[in-house]
Ligand binder design. Sequence first.
Ligand SMILES: Cc1ncc(COP(=O)(O)O)c(C=O)c1O
Length: 388
Amino acid sequence: MTKSWKTKLIHSDAKIPAGYRSLATPTYRGSTTVFPSAAAVGDAWDQWRVGYTYGLYGTPTVLELAARICELESGTRTILTPGGQAAISLINFALLQAGDHMLVPASVYHPNRKLATRLLSRFGVTTDFYDPCIGGDISSLIQENTRLVWCESPGSITMEVQDLPAIVAAAHARNCRVVLDNTWSAGVLLDAFAHGVDVTMQALTKYIGGHSDLLLGSVTVREDALYQRLGAAQQVIGCAASPDDCSLALRGLQSLAVRLSAIESSAISVAKWLSSRPEVELVLHPAFESCPGHDLWKRDFTGSSGVFSIVFKAGPTQQQVFAFVDALKLFKVGYSWGGVVSLAVAYDIGRIPGRPSYDHRIVRLNIGLEASTDLVADLEQALPKLWA
Ligand SMILES: Cc1ncc(COP(=O)(O)O)c(C=O)c1O
């Protein structure tokens, strides 16, 4: 068949040598996958079972990252989503229905709370927020229709470490599933499934990506039945992960161990210095006794990452706390964490129901890969702003 140059743009006969074996996983982009025949066309989402049918359900790059996260978390299957919050939404839409109730820690990542109060409430799902330090007493909050108990350990900003085995035992005794936001541990510093959790999610945006240049989430399950519900929901919600972002995350994985270990020791040095400062009332770092649930962290985690908070002694106004943050030169001001640049964000936590009354005195730090001595010097030159 002779072809016009216009057709050649689309259907080329150009040949390249076969057999390139890249050390790096290739980035397979694509929406359409080609079927061998008309009869073979089918829209099944489970690519592990049926082979590739459509890009939405994962190209080889996406499935490789999923399989590697699953391996690291010792789960059964992992599904990737376009961000951590999308992973949270997927779990709730897949596992809840009208009339169900769920329990969520008061310390949860705020958009997770907002999903429950602003959106799921419109679909007939009710939510109660519980004290993250409740442990096994959570059984008193479990109702006939409670289906999910969410955990996030440590909690966002206030850093409470939760008693996962006690919560799991209470929830399983009443037929509820336990879901854990496992982002802080990067899925490697806490073996969630060994502690009985049913579903974990991570914002891969943080430590797995590791360089603040992508948004990605993961949902990992212990049982195939949960995978079936999540996969079927992902198909109709249509939340596909980008192969380019997965490729970056695969690269991030390779340096995760060295980044985490450098970040851990730097964060501990900075936190130690802060705990010696007269301006600081509390260092909320799970590896420090001053952090709620420190003993549980010692029992359940194999290390710490680089996000923690400090609470200043009473005195400075919110404007003065802002002036301290603004005076920092190496620490940048911004959401998200887990990258190589240190960050600082001041919160007014007292306005959120069920959270400790630290009010405007709490600042969350993300420790990056700068020299810890420089980070300490940066904090030291900014602290006088609290009283300026
Ligand atoms: C604990 C936690 N979970 C989930 C998310 C959501 O992740 P993403 O920003 O990828 O949507 C975040 C983001 O800050 C987070 O801190």
